[in-house]
Design a binder for this molecule. Sequence first.
Ligand SMILES: Nc1nc2c(ncn2[C@@H]2O[C@H](COP(=O)(O)OP(=O)(O)OP(=O)(O)O)[C@@H](O)[C@H]2O)c(=O)[nH]1
Ligand SMILES: [Mg+2]
Length: 216
Amino acid sequence: MKNKTLSHRSSFWLKPFARTSKKETHIIGLGGAGCNIAKYFYERGFEGSYSCLSNAERLDLPANFLFTEHHIYSREKRLQLMINKIKWDEECTMPDLDRIIPKSVEKRLKGNYRFILLVGLGGLTGSYLVKQLADFLKEKNKEFAIICTTPFNFEGEFTNGYANLIKDELSVLPYFYCFSNEGLREKYGNLTMRKVFDYASEEMWIKYNTYNSVKE
Ligand SMILES: Nc1nc2c(ncn2[C@@H]2O[C@H](COP(=O)(O)OP(=O)(O)OP(=O)(O)O)[C@@H](O)[C@H]2O)c(=O)[nH]1
Ligand SMILES: [Mg+2]
């Protein structure tokens, strides 16, 4: 099944990343989208270890996932950000929580893994956390890659603005790959959001497999 997903679309983007070590890969799904994509990887047969963080409870995730329900903003701040529809900047996204990375996850981040962070940029949980985790991993000299999406145009200026802000900040990293949900919708026709998300998960899986294939 894994090999089937290798296609001409693979850019071998992760090849140099894979060459650098033989460490086990730890997948981290951030936000609702990241959790869904991590679950997709699991269902496609990747047998590595997983951590997931989301603002909402996720009883559907496999039992071997380390899942943490994580609220980096108070309900009030979350509502304020959503309703005010203010222009995104670093300042307005400052969370209310002191400990941004939960202890259980931090322990994993210190482990002897190579990490792949999966996230849908534009929401309030994954977008903030991916930057924090990237900074942490960078500081600890860990090997890591980020695979993410940017939102649909119809999700609005608020969501797209924040996604682009984080995308710009992360794009300086050596193993950063980003594609747009809007682009997939244009490529595959006017599909439902759910269907585009399936394509997005598959696209990420392909990126992962380009890395996995050079290990063999
Ligand atoms: N590929 C993919 N993208 C998604 C999915 N769900 C949402 N998205 C996209 O990801 C963006 C962020 O959504 P979430 O991950 O749910 O938001 P979040 O605030 O970071 O996370 P939570 O608060 O935990 O839900 C959305 O604006 C969508 O563009 C999904 O299942 N798959
Ligand atoms: Mg969500």
